[in-house]
Write a protein that binds this ligand. Structure first.
Ligand code: ADP
Ligand code: ASP
Ligand code: MG
Length: 432
């Protein structure tokens, strides 16, 4: 039965990290083994910066500089890994950089989202070219596959929706019998017309789940720079603890509320086929992972905290003294959907509808302009949303001490409060 491994940016951030992959893959002898890889380190952020420069006529020099810096970083990793070996993918990677540059010229006047997908996908195309060459160079027989031909999606750029039937057919047809390691990209897909698409930031975890679902995999292993899934980001909470076992549903809740460690769409396709997900550390591969499966018994054992930063709070009011009734709410949410935005918290009252959103200027700005044509809109920036799953009595108040909550919401399992970021600590502590 198939196993799917997924390696994120941190696990292939440079030549040393890529070298480290070899023993992890070597240790797994069963085939098929599908290895899903994202872009190296922070490449996707850098490609987004490159895209911004490419779309601005006045920033041609910045564009060139960004492109050359990114190419230099990749060349450095290739040189360190391959030296003068004939196995070096240097030429293929240079060709991919030329293609990337050509795509920017071609799509500069397209919509932002389409231009994004035709260019940002190169992060993964380049990283997988390097990793595939490295595995073959290390004696692990590996085939490189273009995920844009395997993962069929619609043309909803930056948040493409899957055509499951077409994807399953292609993935099973091409990968199911492979005796060699299958290496492919996370995060990206393609339309029937041949355009590249992306599945949303951090979408490589979801890609791993797509391959696992289509191939009825035995398990998915997501290799991380942390020992597993914790009850809070261990970088931000000084007493976070690893969760040993939680359910697909609970993991989805945590991811949905902002636990950046797994993409929220990952769990659905695995749950449908009862495929367990292991979150493991690539630094300490023998340590016990977090196991995510159908077992719900341990979900409420500890309280879990997530933070969403760079939040914007919008308060929308009718211009006259009329109600914020269902037709108006429907209208506002419709504009949100059209803008491709997601509300992290919603609050409504008689003459007010308020939303907490991620600060994505290229989407937010046009939506606010459209709302302002019909409503009064007030905006607050630089906010942090804290969400606690299974809060213990008094926990939220202790976490809020010394800070005013600008908004709050609570139900049987989840409590949320919105704060000004400047009032929040760099390091948080989960109360007993
Ligand atoms: P990858 O590039 O491999 O997908 P990510 O950076 O997306 O890795 O995810 C790993 C990071 O997620 C960790 O370094 C950690 O700081 C952060 N993180 C946020 N919330 C959690 C959590 N609840 N448990 C573990 N890690 C978390
Ligand atoms: N490289 C993409 C990103 O940084 C996808 C991923 O890492 O999951 O968002
Ligand atoms: Mg990630």
């Amino acid at each position: 039965m198939t196993t799917v491994f997924k390696f994120g940016g941190a696990s292939i951030k440079d030549a040393d990290a890529i070298r480290h992959l070899t023993p992890l893959i070597e240790a797994h002898e069963n085939r098929p083994l599908v290895v899903v890889v994202s872009a190296m380190g922070k490449t996707t952020n850098k490609l987004e910066a490159l895209l911004a420069a490419a779309r601005d006529e006045g920033r041609r020099d910045d564009y060139r500089e960004c492109l050359e810096a990114l190419q230099a970083e990749h060349r450095e990793a290739i040189e360190s890994l391959f030296g003068t070996s004939r196995d070096s993918p240097a030429e293929r990677v240079d060709t991919l950089f030329d293609e990337l540059d050509a795509q920017h010229r071609k799509h500069r006047r397209d919509t932002y989202a389409k231009h994004y997908d035709q260019t940002v996908c190169y992060g993964e195309l380049i990283s997988t070219t390097i990793v595939a060459a490295w595995l073959n160079h290390s004696g692990i027989a590996t085939d490189w596959h273009d995920a844009r031909e395997l993962v069929r999606t619609d043309a909803c750029h930056q948040a493409a929706n899957l055509d499951w039937a077409a994807t399953a057919e292609t993935v099973c047809g091409r990968l199911a019998q492979s005796e060699r390691v299958v290496l492919t990209q996370g995060f990206i897909g393609g339309t029937a017309e041949g355009d590249s698409t992306t599945l949303g930031r951090e979408g490589s975890d979801f890609s791993a789940a797509i391959f696992a679902h289509c191939l009825d995999a035995r398990e998915v292993v997501i290799w991380k720079d942390v020992a597993g899934l914790y009850n809070a980001d261990p970088r931000r909470f000084d007493n976070a603890v690893q969760l040993k076992r939680i359910s697909y549903a609970e993991a989805t809740e945590l991811a949905w509320h902002g636990a950046k460690v797994i993409h929220p769409k990952t769990l659905g396709p695995l749950q449908e086929k009862s495929i367990p997900l292991m979150v493991r550390s690539f630094e300490t591969p023998d340590a016990a992972p977090t196991v995510i499966d159908a077992e719900r018994r341990f979900d409420a054992d500890v309280a879990s905290c997530t933070l969403r930063e760079n939040q914007v709070w919008l308060e929308v009011r009718p211009r006259d003294f009329s109600f914020m009734d269902e037709p108006r709410q429907h209208d506002i949410l419709g504009r949100l959907v059209e803008a491709g935005l997601h509300a992290n918290l919603i609050d409504s009252s008689a003459m007010r509808f308020a939303l907490c959103l991620d600060d994505k200027p290229e989407r937010l700005k046009p939506m606010i302009e459209s709302l302002e044509a019909d409503y009064e809109v007030a905006r607050r920036d630089e906010l942090t949303l804290l969400t606690v799953r299974h809060p213990r009595p008094g926990m939220m108040d202790t976490l809020s001490e010394g800070r005013e909550a600008l908004a709050e919401r609570r139900n049987a399992t989840t409590a949320q409060r919105l704060f000004q970021s400047r009032e929040c600590p760099e390091t948080w502590h989960i109360p007993e």
